[in-house]
Structure formats: C-alpha cells, structure tokens
Ligand binder design. Sequence first.
Ligand code: NDP
Length: 327
Amino acid sequence: MFKGILIEKDDAGYRATLRDIEESQLPEGDVTVNVQYSTLNYKDGLAITGKGPVVRKFPLVPGIDLVGTVESSSHEGIAVGDAVVLNGWGVGEGHWGGLAQKARLKGEWLVPLPKAFTPKQAMAIGTAGYTAMLCVLALERHGVTPDKGEILVTGANGGVGSVAVTLLAKLGYTVVASTGRPQEADYLKSLGAADVIDRAQFSAAGRPLAKERWAGAVDTVGSHTLANVCASTRYRGVVTACGLAQGMDFPATVAPFILRGVTLAGVDSVMCPRADRLEAWARLARDLDVGKLDLITHEIALSDAIPAAAELLDGKIRGRVVVDVNR
Ligand code: NDP
C-alpha cells in the first residue's frame, strides 16, 4: 500500500481524496518510481477541484510533475536507484501522476535529475519552470535579445510567471511584470522585475493596435490579455503564449501580425520532444538563480494538496508549491 490522492467520478459526484492505494492498482509502465516530491501547477488545480476537464480517465492520481528514485525498471538505460524527473506527457491527466508515493511510468517519459538541482529544487521548477524556460528559448530563437527592449511577463506572481521573471532578469532582459496583486511588487522586484504594472490594463477588450512597447512577452493568461499584449508589442516583436489563466479565447485581430510583423509563438510543455526538454533543463541548470528558487517556493505535505489546489485557482498562491508526498 502507498498513500496518494485519488480522483473519482461516479454517481456520488467528482471528488479527490487522500487514501491508501494498493500497488496492484498502478497502471502499466516499464519503470516504477518511489516519488519524493510532486508539485501543484494550474492544471493540477483544475484536476483536483474538477473545475476544468483535465482528467480523462477515472479513477486517477493527479500530479503532472514528479521527482523520485527508480524502484524497478525494465527500460533500457534506466536503472534501479536512478534519480529521475517527469513533466507532462499526459501524466496526471490520462495516466496516474505524481501526487502519490509511487508511480509507474514509461521510461521514455523520464529525464535524469540534472546534477545542478536537488530533488526538491527540480520540483520547485517543475512544469511551470520548464515551461518558462521553453518560452525564453522561443524568444531567443526568434531573435529577441536583451538590447531589443522591455519584455512583459503576465501572470507574474504565478508559477510560470515567477520563474520567467527570474530567468529573463538573470539573462539581462529588462522585465516588466504584470499582476493583479500589486502588493507583491517587492517580491517581483526581488526576482528581478524592473517594473511592476497592473494587469487590469490588459483584462478587457482593447483596440486592434495600441502604443508599441514590448520587444517580447511571456503570456500565461490568454484571452483579452493576450490580445492586448499582441496589440502593444513593438514592430517585429515576439509574444510567447503558454497559458489560459484568464481564458481559452483569443479575441484579437490580425493587425499586430500583418502591420507590425509581430510573431505569436505557441509553447507546449506536455508533448514537447525529449531533445527540447533536455535543452530546457540544461539551460535551467545554467541560467536559473537557485537562490531565488527559495523565494519563489513553498513546501506543503500531501495531506495539504487538496485545499491548496483550490487556493491556487483562486489566485491566492504566489510562485511555486512543492508537495512532499511522504508527509
Ligand atoms: P498559477 O496559478 O501559478 O498562476 C497563474 C497566474 O495567472 C496567477 O497567479 C495570476 O497572476 C494570473 N491570473 C489568474 N487569473 C487571472 C485572470 N482572470 N486574469 C488575468 N490574470 C490572471 O498557474 P501556472 O503558473 O502553473 O500556469 C499559468 C498558466 O500557464 C495556466 O493557464 C496553465 O494552464 C498554463 N501552463 C501551460 C503550460 C503549457 O505547456 N503550455 C505548462 C504550464 C502551465 P497575478 O496574481 O500575478 O495576476
């Protein structure tokens, strides 16, 4: 038996509970992992509360991230005792995930724990941090260098936003953090934001084109915010879109793209190919100030994860939440 969160949906309704789970219930896979830490991402919040259609199979253990040591493996190249990290691949959505003491997974999904990070630090980064790095890589690939001008990060107090601010500032970019929590301005400045602005200016329908300001952007919010960010991006600027915290819609016009040559670059972490994941983790090891990770992160016990999921969706949690699944 091991402890884990189980999501069920039946005549009694949709519910997540912490319970003892039989090892025989674990799904198929060629690697079994003793999980040390998992995390809470926005998607885990949706899965645990049932507020979004994230879970595709019931019952299911949520948790799109995990770090742990290999207990058994028949996968070539992965041995008992290896420290491994998992992000995405539909784990915590259609395959049992990390919010439990054990997980059974496909070896091809796993990446080695980078030597630069402890298991807890790897989860402080988690899918949110690795996605932030994918956004930075996309900006770089499209030629956005620090000398080009200001970079906007929306949802800056969230997990992706906090890591994006930290990474971009360390790389020498001038970062403007957009948030609905101006009381956290000192926190965002301690991560490296040069300026903190109120997200309200992006929240409602805007004009097709606005005053040009951003050389680049990391948008975690979607909806009107993404439309307004594109409208205020400078000639040939680049907007990376990875999130939908405001909404899935994109009520925009083509004006920024056809009149200012703005590039909208989509970022997906879930099915991202292994080579790009390894690059992102290698760059995190090189470019992330681990001292700042402590500022971004707080740790909770597995037993606290269910209430914390609701708080995350209510925008009450700052930065990243690491879950110690063994307490
Ligand atoms: P968090 O909940 O940690 O952060 C989301 C932040 O968005 C909040 O902290 C808040 O920031 C802001 N926000 C929330 N509601 C609204 C709103 N109505 N209008 C404007 N801003 C809002 O989530 P994560 O950082 O884990 O994820 C952020 C987004 O990125 C999510 O939509 C998630 O699904 C997506 N994501 C996508 C990935 C991919 O592969 N494409 C991978 C990881 C995440 P503040 O208080 O500063 O305003």
